[in-house]
Design a binder for this molecule. Sequence first.
Ligand SMILES: Cc1ncc(COP(=O)(O)O)c(C=O)c1O
Length: 435
Amino acid sequence: MATDDDMASAPVERQLLPRTATVDPDGHLRVGDIDLLDLAAEFGTPLFVYDEFHLRQACRAAVEAWGDGVAYAAKAFLCRAMARLAHEEGMHLDVASGGELHVALSAGVPAQKLILHGNNKSEEELGTALACGVGRIVVDSFDEIARLGRLLDAPTGRADRPRVLVRVTPGIEAHTHEFIRTGGEDTKFGFSVASGAASQAVAALELLPGVELVGVHAHIGSQVFDVSSFEQAGEVLGRFFAPLGLPELVVGGGLGVPYINGESAPTQAEWAAATRAACARTGVDPAARISAEPGRSIVATAGLTLYTVGTIKKLPGIRTYVSVDGGMSDNPRPVLYGSGYEVFLPRAVAAPRPDAVRLVGKHCESGDLIVPNAFLPEGLRVGDVVANPVTGAYGYAMASNYNKVPRPAVVFVADGSARVVVRRESLEDLLRLDS
Ligand SMILES: Cc1ncc(COP(=O)(O)O)c(C=O)c1O
């Protein structure tokens, strides 16, 4: 039987790589029919590489599983190219701030296809959403209802009434990290079903003449592997939603993805089927639009990060530190959540990885870890390009300029060509906001 160490030191599993990944006769990994080493040479490192075919397939799977209305949660990774791609593939977009709204609109996504989220939307954000005619606003607090009421007292310039959903917390503790759990009672998001706040919010919105209440929304957390969490949420939500007779129920995002060897996750179709079955058991009208907002599961595995090894420090009897040219500024997830990742050598992707090392970044923090207990093939040298798979979600999206490290470039690859969709920040960019 394979032990955990066997699994960790085996080559990185196929399921962690983008769909078009292939190994060439020299043992190099190609994505979108381009050698990753050529991408590193042409665009420099750190570099985010996304497989466009994979992104498109993931969007199509979501549309197939959930039908019209399914939205890509833009917070997972947003730039104009990504917004356009999701729109072209038939997805709506969930935007969680005025900034995300701005990027989506500037990409040409019609406002009608946008759903505005946020637990503390400002008057300006709500005003912009009303003026441009976003498709849905997900209402999160009584203060927001009051804010909407005030804004709608003034002319908005639109003929139709804005459609709103009420965000509720079903009281489900998803089996995931505390910081990405959002459906329990102790949360800043939404209105509690159990306390009656959700019913009060529904009543308040029904009385607000300027809006059309169309549905209920919930999001129980992210990186959820266990279909039973979605089933439980579906049942609690279904019981709340069915008697309201509203046409739309949105169950948020949260579908998990494997990050390390040995993990496995349900598919979009399994998630949708479990949710629909749970809703049906609680009497939800079969004609209601049951929909979702996947983020991570659309982009995570489509993306990977290339780094260059700059320093290899062997501490006898302790461990070997391998430092690369990025770190917590391009991927804060290991620091924030203790998230696990794999690392591999694109020049020898199928090689066993017997050497235990600690993969770290270049930032002035001991906590700047990328993979604390990493395994790499023998013979690693300074100048090698290493790759972290499954960095397509909440990596670039959460990137910062800590230590004034410029943010990496992002390239989309397809059919043998690569296009820069976000250029690398320059040193000049680091000064552009200074007065
Ligand atoms: C309201 C809402 N919808 C969708 C998502 C996307 O979740 P995921 O990326 O796990 O699919 C999130 C993530 O935080 C969220 O808060």
